[in-house]
Design a protein around this ligand. Structure first.
Ligand code: ADP
Ligand code: MG
Length: 452
């Protein structure tokens, strides 16, 4: 036992090594590589794990394997204790030097999630402007015309991520800033409590002394007159003293119902930026990033498969990766095509079979543009026909990620440079031309690819 005590780190390494022989690679990668052996005390290994989720997962799924490896290696059972980083200080002896190379340290300031940064926010045309504006605000809070900054858009598209990134980044640039970060529900609760306890002055002071006020999901202020009143005053005090306000909402502020018009008109003095659903390429990039973050190695065809089917929002993409990881760990199998198909099917409600096709897209475009399907896939260069064809090509690429060659083949045997040109033309028109924007968004909606 003493031998292990004096050399606990290498003793644990041998357990790790033994587990590598028994468990799939991704399980080792996801759950065991992050473990750090901190100590050996009271006849147990003290092991650090990065978070509560890992702790529970390891305890509930790998207890037997760990016990077996320990018994095989040391000839007897030895206990072990898993700890999440933040518990570490209480457990370790006070005179022990702090380990400086702790991995996965999770610190939260002002409820800011430090995992939400600009660095790990994947940019595409769907969110580029929102990110640039957010970065600008983080560098110069309160000093620009971007006050308030309002980030709006559908569920799971990165609004909260961007808002926290503003908090994290501005704090990195100036650690003295007072950042108040809260959801509008918490704000409401806080206000109601302050009323109950006769502490409305303290309530007001707390918010009004912030340099950067971040409020998430302001649609929840809907119909809460007194809270809106409070918020209005807080807003004015901060605004007038040049403090930054950042808000997120599910809709363009001009379209929000149930919010006082004086508030809405205040919002118009700032900048509203939207986040849109990611297109195919951005979905692939997000999946690659999330897989890496979760220690999961997936080959490109798997990533592409997921990106083709999971289109709704980023949270779902992330959820698919986690589910894949969980399922393969649980069933103790390597990730293979069958597992991927199963997980994706689960998430899209089994709709993989009647997956959208090029034909479906052409049909919809034909209905909306009044150009015959045969013409769309034909050779005519008449302007409205060519436009319907280009829109169809664009949607095939955008929604399904169909390769340029395949698109070319389907639409009258054109080569990939022609297709490329078509995609660029539509993308440009989409940004400059409301009719085109409307048309694309209504086709997407009809095909079930829009949820705004
Ligand atoms: P919202 O607040 O718009 O509902 P979130 O900000 O909570 O969405 O995003 C949902 C999840 O998706 C989060 O885990 C977030 O990190 C991730 N996410 C969203 N957009 C991106 C992006 N562009 N790049 C990387 N991760 C993203
Ligand atoms: Mg959110």
């Amino acid at each position: 036992m003493d031998k292990i005590k004096n050399n606990f780190a290498s003793a644990w390494r041998s357990v790790h090594f033994d587990l590598e022989k028994k468990l799939p690679r991704h399980a080792i990668h996801a759950w065991f590589d992050p473990i750090v052996a901190l100590d050996f005390r009271e006849k147990s290994f003290i092991l650090e794990v990065p978070n509560q989720f890992s702790l529970e997962w390891i305890e509930s799924h790998y207890k037997d394997e760990i016990a077996l490896s320990i018994k095989d290696l040391f000839g007897k059972s030895i206990k072990y204790q898993l700890l999440v980083v933040k518990d570490k200080k209480e457990i370790l002896h006070k005179d022990k030097p702090e380990r400086s190379n702790l991995r996965h340290k999770v610190v939260r300031f002002n409820n800011l999630n430090i995992k939400y940064t600009f660095d790990n926010f994947i940019v595409g045309s769907n969110n580029e402007f929102a990110k640039t504006a957010s970065e600008s605000v983080a560098s110069n809070p309160g000093q620009q015309n971007f006050n308030p900054l309002i980030i709006y858009g559908g569920v799971g598209l990165g609004k909260t991520h961007l808002m926290h990134a503003i908090g994290n980044s501005s704090l990195n640039q100036n650690p003295n800033l007072k950042i108040v970060n809260i959801t509008s529900e918490q704000f409401t609760l806080d206000f109601v409590n302050s009323l109950r306890k006769n502490k409305t002055i303290e309530f007001a002071q707390n918010y009004r002394s912030s340099d950067v006020l971040l409020i998430d999901d302001i649609q929840f202020f809907r119909g809460k007159e007194q809270t809106q009143e409070q918020f209005f005053h807080t807003f004015n005090v901060l605004y007038q003293s040049g403090k930054q306000i950042v808000l997120t909402a599910d809709k363009f502020p001009g379209e929000m119902k149930g919010l006082q018009s004086r508030l809405l008109s205040r919002f118009q003095s700032g900048l509203s930026v939207d986040v849109q659903p990611p297109n195919f390429e951005v979905r692939v990039a997000i999946l690659l990033e999330k897989a890496e973050q979760n220690g999961l190695e997936l080959d490109y065809s798997t990533i592409e498969f997921i990106a083709r089917h999971i289109k709704n929002n980023v949270r779902e993409l992330e959820g698919t990766i986690i589910r894949l990881l969980a399922k393969s760990s649980l069933l103790n199998i390597e990730i293979n095509n069958q597992l991927v198909t199963e997980v994706v099917k689960e998430r899209v409600g089994g709709r993989i079979g009647n997956e959208i096709s090029i034909e479906n897209i052409v049909r919809k475009v034909s209905e909306i543009s009044n150009v015959k399907e045969d013409d769309i896939v034909g050779k005519s260069r008449k302007m409205e026909i060519a436009e319907a064809r280009q829109v169809s090509m664009f949607l095939c690429r955008d929604i399904m990620g169909t390769s340029l060659n395949n698109i070319g083949m389907f639409f009258g045997g054109r080569d990939h440079t022609t297709v490329m040109h078509a995609l660029k033309t539509v993308d440009k028109k989409q940004n400059n031309n409301d009719r085109m924007k409307q048309m694309i968004s209504s086709i997407r909606k009809e095909l079930g690819f829009s949820f705004l």
